[in-house]
Design a protein around this ligand. Structure first.
Ligand SMILES: O=C(O)C(=O)C[C@H](O)[C@H](O)CO
Length: 403
């Protein structure tokens, strides 16, 4: 038995907030897991400190599945982002421990590598089409094989996906949510010309992606998907809110543009119908928000049966611990599609030294035992938590819209 002797939550803000769980064991091996839930970080920290850690002490760290079931079923109150991020952090830390004890990089325990590396997509954005495409060109020159394009919308001051910095994007930008104004009509007019210009400038040998960020109705999404078809996007993401999974039937009826959704999903139940009915092409659920590696493997296996591939969320609010976990997972499953990669700042990378590396458009988790990522607690302590929220959006008449 490898006894869990201690566990603690580390909250740090090296440029943005991260919550990390560290689990220690009787033979001195420790593991870490990401528990960051953007804008609601302290809720997960409390869930772990007040309700999960007391149940972990004394358990066998090797019993990953049993501990997962204990935390999921044992809480009685199932699912939800706070619960599932906490369960995920425990799960990641336990896989880290198991792989360290085995002396192997985690992907070896998950079945070994199915591919030589993990294709990632970078984020090109700008206030204008020209600026966005100049940035996209810079990504292409760095070797990226896939690039997400988000551009300013004429007539709207700020929109999701457009940052002030060329290579870094941080949407949680204020101590109280900032407000932006949204117009579906203006947005819908702006995206097809962006993709037309992108194909002219970048050619056809690069994958182009776009994130709608839940802002359209199903029929509007069907229209956008159809308008983008001539430019062969890799995917159209989060076309409409997905609480009602049947909404995707309508989008599917109107377009052959591939559909991706799921970064805010917490469990297999959020995507059961989407996958079973083949209403999507890529499932974006991620290690930290969907119950860890144990649960995400189940989602991926179910998706594989239905011809759906993975495209895990990988924004900056998922820490390097989650990124490492995602890379081991991506490398080991048969139906991997693509991995999002929004680079962290140098400050963040220093707090979380890691073995993963980027080369020629691909990430690789590296060969260090475990997840191959650690937390420098002394450095982390220098960056206290700083409250930050995601923005909100209102329509031009003042009513709330999805941001
Ligand atoms: O990366 C994406 O596709 C996103 O939509 C990023 C999200 O807005 C971000 O992770 C919210 O915390």
């Amino acid at each position: 038995m490898l006894k869990i002797t201690a566990a603690r939550v580390i909250v740090t803000c090296p440029g943005r907030n991260f919550v990390t769980l560290k689990i220690e064991t009787s033979d001195g091996v420790h593991g870490i897991g990401d528990a960051t839930l953007n804008g609601r970080e302290l809720a997960v920290a409390s869930y772990l400190n007040d309700h999960v850690i007391p149940c972990l002490i004394g358990r066998d760290a090797h019993q990953i599945e049993d501990i997962w079931q204990y935390l999921y079923k044992g809480a009685y109150w199932r699912r939800g982002p706070v619960t599932m991020s906490a369960v995920a952090a425990v799960d990641m830390a336990l896989w880290d421990i198991k792989a360290k004890v085995a002396g192997l990089p985690l992907y070896q325990l998950l079945g070994g590598a199915c591919r030589t590396g993990v294709m990632v997509y970078g984020h090109a954005n700008g206030a204008t089409v020209e600026e966005t495409l100049d940035n996209a060109q810079a990504y292409a020159e760095q070797g990226y094989k896939a690039i997400r394009l988000q551009s300013g919308v004429p007539g709207l001051k700020t929109v999701y996906g457009v940052s002030k910095d060329r290579f870094f994007y941080e949407p949680a930008d204020a101590a109280l949510p900032s407000e932006s104004v949204w117009s579906t009509e203006k947005y819908l007019r702006s995206v097809p010309p962006l993709f037309e210009a992108a194909r002219e400038k970048l050619g056809w040998d690069i994958h182009l992606l776009h994130d709608v960020h839940h802002r359209l109705t199903p029929i509007e999404a069907g229209r956008l998907g159809k308008d983008l078809e001539p430019y062969r996007p890799f995917w159209m993401e989060d076309a409409t809110p997905a609480e009602n999974q049947a909404n995707f039937r309508l989008i599917r009826q109107h377009t052959t543009t591939p559909l991706a959704v799921g970064e805010i999903f917490n469990s297999i139940w959020d995507c059961k119908q989407l996958i079973e009915e083949q209403l999507i092409d890529y499932i974006r659920a991620t290690v930290v928000h969907a119950g860890g590696i144990t649960h995400l493997r189940r989602v991926a296996a179910f998706a594989d049966m239905h011809g759906v591939r993975t495209g895990c969320h990988g924004a900056t609010d998922l820490s390097p611990v989650c990124m490492a976990a995602a890379l081991h997972f991506d490398l080991s499953i048969p139906n991997f599609g693509i991995q999002e990669y929004m680079r962290h700042t140098a400050e963040t990378d220093a707090v979380f030294p890691h073995a993963y590396s980027f080369e020629d458009g691909m990430l690789h988790p590296g060969e260090a035992p475990g997840l191959g990522v650690d937390i420098d607690e002394t450095l982390a302590a220098k960056y206290p938590y700083s409250r930050a929220y995601l923005p909100v959006a209102r329509r031009e008449d003042g009513s709330m819209h999805d941001w």
